[in-house]
Ligand binder design. Structure first.
Ligand SMILES: [Fe+2]
Ligand SMILES: [Fe+2]
Length: 265
């Protein structure tokens, strides 16, 4: 990245931080209506969803350490990574507190979950910061869509606590996706073809971070209803991203073809 682009990335981060500080900060202690907790409003299936999200969010030490190492020389992006880590750290905690306060899981069960999480290391799925920005936009977008779905389910079930958690956490994920989108726009302005090729490359290999780390991940997503369908992924994550970035279908296909990949979209 050139100096000018680094300056632009810093501006993007400052905007992100200003919105976060002024409009998006939330507290696990004050903003979740824990007093309304009523286990009768929840189900084991929703607890299983929260458990798998909790496990995935708990890898934040790996996500932040590996991510920060990759972007440490890029000021705005590196500072985003530190802010991102703080925000993500609250997500796992909110889910953890829900599981134990609702008594769907005991402290011992949650501790066993943490032990199983830290037995494995998450590794960067892609090598460059541009590819990781593409991955971040897709991953955060997918997480946002999944949490939005769960928020609706919690509302229908009358579970105000879970609804509030998914609202607050999902709003963070949407903001994270927005930051990565802005960074991709910056990369597009510098090298459109190579950036689209990277996006195609990442898309064709995309999987969520818990896939391959968390035992029986796909099976548990399906059984609990925590996942989103491939169709929802394309309709609610991929197309909106391409539309925002003003990348045409043909342009993406061309980029994919040039790398001899089949994106299946
Ligand atoms: Fe998160
Ligand atoms: Fe996030």
């Amino acid at each position: 990245m050139t100096e000018a682009l680094n300056r632009s990335a810093y501006r993007i981060y400052l905007d992100f931080l200003e919105t976060a500080e002024k409009k998006r900060r939330w507290s696990i202690f004050d903003d979740i209506p824990w007093d309304s907790l009523d286990a009768a409003k929840s189900t084991e299936a929703s607890a299983q969803c929260v458990e798998i999200y909790c496990a995935e969010e708990l890898y934040v030490p790996d996500y932040s350490a590996k991510g920060l190492e990759l972007v440490r020389s890029r000021f705005g992006v590196a500072w985003f990574q530190t802010c991102w880590a703080f925000e993500e750290s609250k997500h796992g905690l909110a889910f953890r507190e829900y599981l134990t306060r609702s008594a769907f899981r005991s402290e011992a069960e949650v501790e066993a979950l943490e032990t199983s999480v830290f037995e494995k290391y998450w590794k960067l799925p892609f090598e460059t910061s541009r590819q990781m920005a593409c991955y971040g936009a897709l991953q955060e977008g997918t997480t946002y869509v999944a949490y939005k779905l769960q928020k609706g389910k919690a509302r229908c079930a009358g579970d105000r606590v879970l609804e509030a958690i998914f609202h607050l956490v999902g709003r963070d994920e949407a903001a994270h996706a927005g930051f990565y989108r802005a960074i991709i726009e910056l990369e597009l302005s510098q090298d459109r073809e190579a950036t689209i090729a990277d996006l195609g490359y990442v898309l064709s290999r995309f999987k969520m971070p818990g896939d391959g780390l968390i035992a029986n991940y796909q099976q548990r997503l399906r059984a609990s209803g925590a996942g989103i369908s491939p169709r929802a992924f394309v309709e609610h994550v991929v197309w909106p991203l391409l539309i925002t970035l003003q990348i045409g279908r043909q342009e993406l296909k061309h980029a994919l073809k040039s790398r001899a990949l089949d994106a299946q979209i």
